[in-house]
Design a protein around this ligand. Structure first.
Ligand code: UGB
Length: 575
């Protein structure tokens, strides 16, 4: 009744009234069980919230055990090989429907440069990485393998048009358009009060107000799209989920997929050591008083109260290692397709939900503003039977995790020692990881210098980047770094090609190497020039582009050597 009480008599605003029912129809069809289920679920969750019921009532947390990988050792290298082999049986799913409110960037996050040495955006890097995996995986199993790894992007009304535009205006970054599927998530209805009455849009009385439902929507969308059955018919085995702005992620994918394949995990979550209070969930073993156990992400805002309520008076605190004992969830999930489909047949992809109303006062009778139900993709294992094989894989943060989530002002306020998760740290982490990887491969890389950008202290390593087809796995990289190459801290190196070898390169400046696949290029001898210097940029300086301002620096390209090998055959830089 409350939705219609302001409606004028028939004949007035009829188009708008029809629009209202179109929206109701959409809201009804995009939620498993329709609006009736939504309202029933909301009533229950709102009642629990009002009663102050803890969703973890009856559960005791403990530290779970999982796979802990060490970059570059024999185990890591053999897991990477196993993972690359499996990749041809995988499908990738990127959840990119979030607005990135914490970052405050106006565009879509996947269009942000992953690093500004090449300027390649996150989406380009992800696509190039998937294509490289596809090629390497097919090569491993020999002729006759022409698989195209499917790539799904979940968008929302906030990101859909811009994501499609980015893909189309860049020819899908080299991927066949038919490989890419866009699934748009719908927002859900807002709730005005504890009775779960739907809220009207304050700016349009013929509209129900809506808000995002969270990344958990990806499961029901995949289920209803029919893609899972299609993948099963193509004999695919794995579905890999990942988030919008982690520029290091593909350093971790091959070995993590190798873990899933060798351990036979139905669910494998990627994790990194977590600093207490860091805004990433903690992977936790929960044991219920009735004996049930599950290994699940406990979200960052819930871990502290859960620990305090179960005999840990310090709550979410670091242990003697300087880290939280609970591994940090980076929301990269690898699900085995067969059991995933079986589970979704039961649930239709509905994921356990939560509600987070902001009450006007302690009586909890009214909300400051409307609320809605939310869900998270990592809550998928909550409905699984105890027999499910749920595991996780921990890797070094420097190798696997550097998201871009926080705006400069908030990042600068992050407690000392905790990661900033900003555009500054996201880019610097790439240079650091690449430097450490090349060091491990045998090259001499100078130590970093410490500098401050937008109030955030950062280690500045040489600015080195390479295309995924150059260095997909550590073994690939090691094979291409031979002899005593050295790179000074002020240098920048861009490697763009497959068969480029560092053989006694002495770089002090900027070198950009582009080579066609059929060219075999040896980088030898000294290369010295004035290079690219780093200039500080203040995030408030509106004369700079937003992409630059949020990272707090830009490169002044004073001098560089750029070489292009367009002909097949052997080449040497010193020549
Ligand atoms: N996303 C959607 O696609 N749709 C939505 O409705 C909302 C988001 P945030 P969050 O790795 O650092 C997660 O907002 O949710 C996409 C984990 O829950 O960046 O605060 C969005 O586009 C947490 O456990 O993160 O925290 C983005 O790609 C921890 O792992 C992704 O979902 C944390 O990420 C994540 O959205 C982390």
């Amino acid at each position: 009744m409350h939705l219609f009480e302001h409606w004028p008599e028939p004949g007035v605003d009829d188009d708008k009234k029809k629009g209202f029912f179109d929206q109701v129809r959409r809201l009804n069809s995009s939620y498993p069980g329709g609006l009736v289920s939504y309202i029933q679920n909301a009533k229950k969750l709102l009642a629990d919230s009002k009663a102050g019921k803890n969703p973890y009532d009856g559960f005791t947390p403990s530290v779970p055990s999982g796979e802990v990988l060490t970059f570059g050792n024999d185990n890591f290298v053999s897991l990477e090989a196993a993972g690359v082999k499996e990749a041809r049986n995988a499908a990738f799913v990127l959840v990119a429907g979030g607005l990135g409110e914490r970052l405050g960037y106006k565009g879509i996050k996947v269009a942000l440069p992953r690093e500004t040495t090449t300027g390649k955006c996150f989406l380009q890097h992800y696509i190039e990485s998937i294509l490289s995996l596809q090629e390497a995986s097919c090569k491993m199993v020999g002729d006759g393998c022409h698989t195209k790894i499917p790539f799904v992007i979940m968008t929302s009304d906030d990101t859909n048009a811009l994501t499609i535009k980015l893909l189309e205006s860049n020819s899908y970054f080299g991927m066949e358009p038919s490989q890419v599927k866009i699934l748009k998530q719908e927002k859900v209805a807002c709730l005005a009060d504890n009775d779960a009455r739907l809220a009207l849009d304050p700016n349009d009385k013929y509209k129900i107000q809506t808000k995002p439902h969270g990344h958990g929507d990806v499961h029901s969308l995949l289920y209803s799209s029919g893609l899972l059955e299609q993948w099963k018919n193509e004999e695919r085995k794995w579905v890999l989920f990942f988030q919008d702005t982690n520029g290091l992620l593909f350093n971790a994918i091959p070995s993590a997929l190798g873990v899933s394949a060798t351990k036979g995990y139905n669910v494998n979550s990627l994790a990194v050591p977590r600093k207490a209070k860091e805004a990433i969930g903690g992977i936790t073993k929960l044991t219920h008083v009735d004996g049930r156990t599950m290994v699940i992400n406990v979200e960052y805002n819930q871990l502290d109260p859960l620990l305090r309520a179960t005999g840990h008076p310090d709550g979410d605190a670091n242990c003697e290692t300087g880290y939280s004992p609970y591994p940090g969830n980076i929301n990269q999930l690898i699900l085995e397709l067969g059991p995933y489909i079986e589970e979704l047949k039961k649930t239709h992809g509905a994921i356990s939900e939560f509600v987070n109303p902001k009450y006007t006062d302690s009586t909890k009778t009214a909300f400051k503003s409307s609320t809605r139900l939310e869900c998270m993709m990592q809550d998928y294992p909550k409905t699984l039977p105890p027999s499910a094989k749920v595991g996780f894989t921990v890797m070094d943060t420097w190798l696997a995790y550097a998201p871009v989530k926080n705006n400069p002002e908030d990042a600068a306020k992050v407690p000392k020692g905790n990661p900033y998760h900003s555009a500054t740290s996201g880019e610097m982490a790439i240079y650091r990881a690449n430097s450490l990887i090349l060091r491990k491969a045998g090259a001499q890389i100078s130590d970093p210098v410490v500098d401050t950008f937008n109030g955030q202290e950062a280690e500045v390593w040489p600015r080195m980047t390479w295309s995924p087809r150059w260095g997909l796995t550590f073994k690939d990289i090691k094979e291409k770094v031979c002899g005593n190459s050295s790179i000074t801290q002020r240098s920048a190196l861009v490697i763009n090609g497959r068969n480029i070898f560092l053989e006694g390169l002495l770089l002090d400046g900027t070198l950009i190497v582009n080579a066609v696949d059929e060219a075999e290029v040896k980088l030898t001898g000294p290369v010295q020039n004035k290079g690219w210097t780093i200039q500080h940029v203040d995030y408030k300086d509106t004369s700079e582009k937003e992409e630059i301002r949020i990272r707090g620096f830009k490169f002044e390209k004073v001098e560089q050597l750029e070489v292009n090998y367009t002909e097949p055959g052997k080449h040497s830089l010193s020549a």
